[in-house]
Ligand binder design. Sequence first.
Ligand code: SF4
Length: 418
Amino acid sequence: MKKKQNKMDRRDFLKTIGAVGVGSVLPSCDAKAEPNDPNAVAKMPGPALPQVPKRKLGRTSIEVPCLSLGLMYDLIEKQIILRKSVELGISFWDTAPAYAGGNSELGIGKFLAKNPEVRKDVFLATKASGARTVNDVEKCLQASLKRLNTSYIDLYHGVHALTDPEQLTDELKQWVKDAKKRKLIRSFGFSMHTNIAENLAAVAKLDWIDAIMTSYNFRLMQDAKIPEAIDACYNKGIGLIAMKTTGKTIVSWARQDIETKEDKKLIDHFLQRGFGEEQATIKLVLDDKRISSACVGMENVAILSSNQAAVLDKTELTKEHFEVFREYAKATCSGYCAGCANICNPVLPDMPYVSDIMRYLMYYNTYGDKDRARGLFARIPREVRNKLLRTDYSVAEARCPQQLPIGKLIAEAISKLA
Ligand code: SF4
């Protein structure tokens, strides 16, 4: 029976999700290639496997895979992920100098050094981690180019985790123009976790931002202001890349508390329909056609393959699916920080780090990314860290729309991250 190459029917999808050994589901294009040999990419005759579809990145002429690979981890020894991602068409790689102490970028550099012909097929994004001035941004870019073994970056996030649109200065705008002229970057943007609706709405007024990488998931969709702000950016031609798409909770106890109720209901609902929970969250985000790509951290080939299968699956999500997610988001909101720092910060004027600390705790508890969580926490000024346990969070807790037990979570963060 003939099948179009980029389509996977329902039966294929169920088989893939249920597969124990992904290697048996996704045979290599090159049967003779060593499984761990990154050079195998060079021997690939062409895209024999179904490829992730592409979407346009805002007003740019660039098309990007709608599923992108978040590479927050050490890639020096995990070259197989890069090779497999190219085979599956997940050739949009997102990294940063801060990831894995530089070993994410260095791992990509190692791969590109061995497989230089792959570079033209990869859409590579990195960030100016920690840059405060335009000079810092230039230095960060030059260092990333060296580590990545490339002469250009496809999407350069000149602000890593933007908190205030005022960080997008006229000086930075001039630098972007110049960096494009020097052919060092193809497009420019920033990443963002906080005050999403307000920041997106403000940035939609700018005409020099090509793309924004923003937290976006079934939880954030419940806040009507966020889809509205997404609309403003989309209409302006700004490409939108969704991250934190799975909407994971901060702490494991939040999940355990509800495991027998809403959590189980959600998981059962989607399993009965052939999706894993994570795959369903990705499909939901990509159901929004304004999103160019969903960036997901995928640390092994099994996750890579099952997420790709979910994206290729043609099953449409129905109103019923959206309703299940809405109910789930409501029932589990006290485990998720929505990054609305403009709500809790004003009542904690000496402590403008609550949403950051919640995110770091999520990295530690849910992502298991302990070193990164501790490293980020250590960057909070010492005088602020010293005050964390002595602060009264009751007013902030009363204002928090997610009803987070902020004081309890801060205490947990100190015990784990300090
Ligand atoms: S702690 Fe609550 S108010 Fe503060 S950013 Fe998180 S969700 Fe928003």
